[in-house]
Ligand binder design. Sequence first.
Ligand code: CUK
Ligand code: CUA
Length: 624
Amino acid sequence: MVKKAVTAASGLAVGFLAATVFFGNFSGPAKTTTTAASAKSNAEKVYVPFGQKDEYYLFASGGHSGQLFVYGVPSLRQIRTIPVFSTDSATGYGWDEETKKMLGGYTWGDLHHPAFSETNGDYDGKYLFATDVANSRAAVLDLKTFTTKDILQVPNTSGPHCAAFVTQNTEYLFLPTRFSVPLGSKYESLDDYSTKYRGVMSAVTLDKEKTKLNVAYQVALPPWSYDLSDAGKKESADWAVMTTYNTEEATTNLEINASQADRDYIVLFNWKELEKMVKEGKYEDVGGQKMIFPEKQKGGIYLVPVAKSPHGVDVTPDGKYFIASGKLAPALTVFSFEKAMEAVKKQDFSGERNGIPVLKYESVMEREVNPQNALGPLHTQFDDKGMAYTTMFISSEVVKWNPKTGEVLDRVPVQYSPGHSSAAEGDTVAPDGKYLVSLNKIAKDSYLSVGPSHPESMQLIDIAGKKMEVIQSAPVNPEPHYAQMIKADKIKTINVYPKDENNPLATYKQDQARIERKGNEVHVYGIAMRSKFIFDSKAKRQDVIEVNEGDHVFIHLTNNDRDEDITHGFAINKYNLNIEVQPGQTNTVEFTADKAGTFPIYCTNFCSALHQEMTGYFLVKPKQ
Ligand code: CUK
Ligand code: CUA
């Protein structure tokens, strides 16, 4: 079924707009120019001399690299790459048993929105969540070790783009999806899109004891696309909001067909009410999940009309308002939670869509703001005075404005086409108001040329004063969708993995390093230490593993160096194997010795003056 015929004229108009969106508008605001005097004072603001540390950590999305990048602010120096959804040979991520199992057979992911765990609406520095649009996964990282601890394959769902965002005490992580699919991803004709397809939102909880993610329940939303969402704060803490597009339910050529209606919606839901429904058994079992169908189980979910094709909604730090914009229109719209709650109470509805009540736009809208000539508003961040900073993708600028009055206070050009920006402690109830990093999609002529494709770009903006000032710029890895910036002193890392005497795979004493055989299974309980491997303490050559062709080999390797930063690697030449053991850590690699021959083993991580000597042999006796 074709939902709506597209007239030639409107198709053209939208096509033109889409072309503008696609290419950006570089003739918009003037490019940042730097005088010698301002360059000197900017350099002083961002220079972090050796021996001193950056004031903030910036955890930035690595997009379709599947990784997460950690930068220091204000220096914008990259400190670390943390693999999350993709394999990473630099750290052996995806080769050792634990991380291989977590990746679930996938070798890549598309990480969009990192989110810190929160306590009372403030980043608590303990965990970081992220989702994978490509293969429908969610991950939790432990910030004590900067490592991925669990990856959840989210059932019944397709592309949890709009996440991660957490409620103010990390009760839930809500994962609405970008794509709608039939429940369970089974085959259904696209002609039945409106009746058989659904956009599923998952409510996920974190088990802090085990650092594991679990799906608490799901909601079968209408077959629309859901975009970036945000949880309420303080008085709106029980609520959350997410934007939708393609409420036209177009199934082809979305560029044009999903931009027909003048308005899309913000989905407004009360998670306390959804929780209650689940407790009262008001759900259906779908593939073992508790699924709420809003058209049958009424209450808790409402729609607020919004300018068409919005790309996100952001809640103000005081929890009073939520801000959304149509990404094809110049208008920023401020909505009031108080008004929305009032309208819900009075049942002030203009009708229903797909069985969900629609609140009247006029009843919830607080004000519309139109910064002159600003185009393509995407995402909004906040400072300590409650001022909002919205990125303008098409006109390549950041606009500072006051959500309480609608007054536009300042504008600064960025190079070019910013997606998100990230303010210091910007998603908390108390942002710091110090820095804003503009995450730009296009670098063009900003850096030394590297050919037809250029890096993405971050620009650091000083937002402490009345006027914004771009003070630093850095090329970055793809794809900086979103980042969160946290005060560095909130993060408490460990230096060495503590000894775990209960771990049967760990070997802490050199004389206990051993090779055990059970039929064609070979278990190596080995040690890596400066600057040797001990696989078998009793053998003539302690650093040799000898097996028969076809044997199933498990190598359990413990790093017995208990000094900070002494990491060892373990690789077998031509066996496509590489793991890492951090100080005190034990990791396992499992494989079949399917190639007979002689294969050198070596440590991949430069660990000492005799690192080059940290080698051994893997000997595979051929089958007779
Ligand atoms: S999205 Cu990429 S700029 Cu995934 Cu938040 Cu808006
Ligand atoms: Cu151990 Cu290099």
